[in-house]
Write a new protein. Structure first.
Length: 164
């Protein structure tokens, strides 16, 4: 029996972020991260030719930002820097949609692997990455500014699954 009280994901789209998305992105960033990126961090990323930020928005108005991702595509690797989903929209599959789209983009660009770092305490994210086929390749002691450890994870794209 399904839980009819569980919120359903409305129709959404993934698109490149624009300057108009910065305020909602910063609001989400402040709610979900222990050490949130600043406006200058995002603006700096948008200036780099190898950096991409996507947002997930509602199809009806394209105004509500549910989540976002920032990643670098360089040489034969894609590095995910940030995937975030706003608190009311967690558990609906938005991070999975973003990750699947990043994998598709990496394959399209001819990348051989995806890499990322994830907080050791962020079990939902680490679990998503592991379901996608990422493996922990390194343990990074005191990696984050608050001293928290990180797992460095990698996904070899040859034979990568998009349905996880």
């Amino acid at each position: 029996m399904s839980d009819s009280s569980a919120p359903a994901l409305p129709p959404v789209s993934i698109r490149p972020a624009t300057p108009d998305d910065l305020d909602p992105i910063l609001a989400i960033e402040g709610r979900v991260h222990l050490a949130p990126w600043t406006k200058a961090n995002f603006e700096g990323e948008w200036m780099k030719p190898y950096s991409t930020t996507w947002v997930v928005t509602d199809d009806e108005t394209d105004a509500e930002v549910f989540g976002y991702a920032t990643f670098w595509a360089m040489d034969d690797s894609v590095e995910i820097l940030n995937i975030a989903v706003d608190l009311p929209h967690r558990g609906l599959g938005i991070a999975k949609l973003l990750l699947q789209q990043i994998i598709r983009e990496a394959l399209k660009k001819g990348a051989k692997r995806l890499i990322l770092d994830v907080r050791k305490s962020n079990l939902p994210a680490a679990g998503l990455y592991q379901r996608a086929g990422f493996v922990i390749t390194q343990y990074r002691k005191a990696f984050y500014s608050n001293g928290e450890d990180a797992y460095h994870m990698a996904l070899e794209l040859e034979g990568a699954l998009l349905d996880f």
